[in-house]
Design a binder for this molecule. Structure first.
Ligand code: NAP
Ligand code: MG
Length: 401
């Protein structure tokens, strides 16, 4: 490659924190900038920047994705009490991912990167298991209350005419806790639509699971809306594509997934998706091999890695140690975003570049050169356990040939 690939529309680039941010910089410098005339609109979501702007920068980044259509995001710190102290924050700012998801009302799809020499922890998994996580509501938009003594908790809904519906939640005899959660038909529908569309796109069966036997109104409503949308819009297209949709209870789905060969898209409610995607990430090898994309019903895309900021490695990096943190999911976040940008702007070279970079990264691992997280799992054993920088250099070498 001699001439750099030109871009038309900028990518919304959302930078983050700690080791993920360090890897982000290396990937750009060594794997992207030499080949692409990279056009991005840059939003720095480093925790201090969020604090300085009272978190406005996060909202602006999400609005920019609405404007341009495609974003790529680095992992960011979600503050907790310890982080408030560590960074002397004005406030315990909300999770940026939560804020962005709420603004885009999208669905997060996760897909593991599979390589020949890393066998999944579950022997029978032959193909990737894709996870679709609903990204709105439930416990992520809850109202909680600490009950400090006896009293009555009620669930009250007042409609626009002022009529009230009232249910007793619990008559407390002593202290306890209460939580109110909600969801919206509109959001559940767009979640279902995104899942059906993505299953068709990836040509895989769609499974949806919830707990409608216990939650006979709330979870059951998810099931009803999925069924309705499937029958009205997707059944025929699924049959033509030779794929199927089925609903089952969440516990049954967990058991079936464990004994399956993989190769399906598993749609999950917000919390289930949060938990299960981390489990699948680890079972497929490493969280660092799990890619993630947020797809909104309006067709906006935000690509990211599923892992966090890799805090412990960062503290070692700050002491001058060369860490062996795995940049694969960060590389694939960029290739996902660049490929989508290429598709939307009709730049075939950009799509080809994304394919070539992914192939080079996979080849590096399959050649036995990998970071420490994968070396623990590799069969045959790794030929070389690389630092992050060495690994990226090896990928660059394979990209050039
Ligand atoms: P994490 O950053 O994902 O790291 C957890 C552990 O997983 C690491 O200590 C490391 O294990 C391993 N790991 C994760 N990614 C790796 C990589 N790329 N290469 C090698 N090993 C990797 O999760 P966390 O420590 O729970 O969270 C740290 C920060 O990230 C928190 O402040 C959290 O709020 C934030 N976070 C952000 C996002 C996001 O923005 N999408 C997601 C999750 C968490 P070893 O230490 O054993 O090597
Ligand atoms: Mg999680």
């Amino acid at each position: 490659m001699t001439d750099k690939i030109l871009m038309k529309t900028p990518l919304v680039e959302i930078d983050g924190d700690e080791m993920a941010r360090v890897m982000w910089g290396m990937v750009k410098e060594k794997l992207l900038l030499p080949y692409i005339d990279l056009r991005t609109e840059y939003y720095d979501l480093a925790l201090m920047k969020r604090d300085e702007t009272n978190d406005q920068i996060t909202i602006e980044a999400a609005e920019a994705i609405k404007k341009y259509g495609v974003g790529v995001k680095c992992a960011t710190i979600t503050p907790n009490a310890a982080r408030v102290k560590e960074y002397k924050l004005k406030e315990e700012w909300k999770s940026p991912n939560g804020t962005i998801r709420a603004i885009l009302d999208g669905t997060v799809f996760r897909k593991p990167i599979m390589v020949k020499n890393i066998k999944p922890a579950v022997r029978n998994w032959k193909r990737p298991i894709l996870v679709g996580r609903h990204a709105y509501g439930d416990v992520y938009k809850n109202v909680e209350y600490r009950v400090d003594g006896p009293g009555k908790a009620e669930l009250v809904f007042t409609n626009e005419q002022g009529a009230e519906v009232r249910h007793t939640l619990q008559k407390f005899k002593g202290p306890g806790i209460i939580q109110g959660i909600h969801n919206l038909d509109e959001s559940i529908r767009s979640f279902a639509e995104a899942c059906f569309a993505y299953a068709l796109d990836q040509k895989v069966d769609l499974w949806f699971a919830a707990k409608d036997t216990i939650s006979k109104t709330y979870d059951n409503h998810f099931k009803v809306l999925f069924e309705e949308i499937y029958r009205a819009k997707y059944q025929k297209r699924f049959e033509e594509a030779g794929i199927s949709y089925f609903y089952t209870l969440i516990d049954d789905a967990v058991a079936r997934i464990m004994s399956s060969e993989g190769g399906m898209l598993w749609a999950l409610k917000n919390y289930d998706g949060d938990v299960m995607s981390d489990m699948l990430g680890a079972a497929f090898g490493s969280l660092a091999m799990m890619t993630s994309v947020l797809v909104s019903p309006q067709g906006y895309f935000e690509y990211e890695s599923a892992h966090g900021t890799v805090q412990k490695h960062y503290y070692r990096y700050l002491k001058g140690e060369k860490t062996s943190s795995n940049p694969m999911a960060i590389i694939f976040a960029w290739t996902g975003a660049l490929r989508k940008r290429g598709e939307l702007d009709n730049i075939p070279d950009l799509e080809t570049f994304a394919d070539q970079l992914e192939a080079a990264a996979i080849k590096t691992i399959e050649d036995g050169i990998m970071t420490g997280d994968l070396a623990k799992l590799a069969e045959p054993p790794a030929r070389k356990i690389a630092t992050t920088e060495e690994f990226i250099d090896e990928v660059a070498r394979r990209l050039e040939h």
